[in-house]
Design a protein around this ligand. Structure first.
Ligand code: PXP
Length: 240
């Protein structure tokens, strides 16, 4: 059964816009779960532009589903993850100037270092997922690190300007999922998914979880978070 991880970072983005205490992403996580979220996803960035360490610590105590901590594979973040022990971590690339995570991480050119990162986290009982493009070389490298999961970056599919490109990107996601499963990896996907483009990705056999943030929080501003999450779960089944 395909599950939905709701990324609550944008609630913190609004809070940080005023450097105040509201809206609280911890409260948002509770409402997302009441709306049917199967997991809560949150990205602690090096520049702390939205989520703060305090949020992750409280989420660890309050999330009733599972907590997926997105982070860069840096010493600072590894130390935080080993301390907080999220249910799993998703390792993402990070550039200070980017608006959001713009591409997948490059495992191929960092293989030895990344193997060690996976080993440190997974031997502490924290499964690791790599956020990568649906590129066979990266998928193969992810398997070599012995990580349990990958999250396929759906950004290029989501941003496709025409139907032919969209179908080409969808095929890459389908083939990438199959390849990863054959290599023994579990597969999640996310980035740029909306109520209108989610269904074809939700139909890909072998994907376990979709991580969706911006589209859900945008709708939540207008209709409330519980309803926005419920409606995304309907959209994943083409029932909206
Ligand atoms: N997955 C990962 C690894 C991400 O970095 C993000 C964005 O924070 C998402 C999923 C969610 O993307 P969006 O906000 O476009 O739904």
């Amino acid at each position: 059964m395909l599950t939905l991880g709701v990324n609550i970072d944008h609630v913190a983005t609004l809070r940080q816009a005023r450097r105040t205490v509201e809206p609280d992403p911890v409260a948002a996580a509770v409402l997302a779960e009441l709306g049917g979220a199967d997991g809560i996803t949150t990205h602690l960035r090096e520049d702390r532009r939205h989520i703060q360490e305090r949020d992750v610590r409280l989420l660890r105590q309050t999330v009733r589903t599972h907590l997926n901590l997105e982070m860069a594979p840096t010493e600072e973040m590894i130390a935080i993850a080993l301390d907080i022990k999220p249910d799993y971590v998703t390792l993402v690339p990070e550039r200070r100037e980017e608006i959001t995570t713009e591409g997948g991480i490059d495992i191929v050119n960092n293989l030895e270092r990344f193997k060690e990162v996976v080993d440190r986290l997974q031997s502490a009982g924290i499964p690791v997922s790599w956020f990568i493009d649906p590129d066979p070389a990266q998928i193969e490298a992810a398997a070599k690190t012995r990580a349990q999961f990958i999250e396929l970056h759906t950004g290029r599919y989501a941003e496709a300007k025409d139907e032919a490109t969209r179908l080409k990107e969808l095929k890459l996601l389908q083939e990438g999922t199959k390849m990863a499963r054959d290599l023994g990896l579990r597969v999640n996907a996310g980035h740029g998914l909306t109520y209108w483009n989610v269904y074809p990705v939700a139909c890909i056999e072998g994907i376990e979880e979709l991580n969706i943030g911006h589209s859900i929080i945008s709708r939540a501003v207008l209709v409330g978070l519980e309803r926005a999450v419920r409606e995304m779960k309907l959209a994943m089944r083409n029932q909206l």
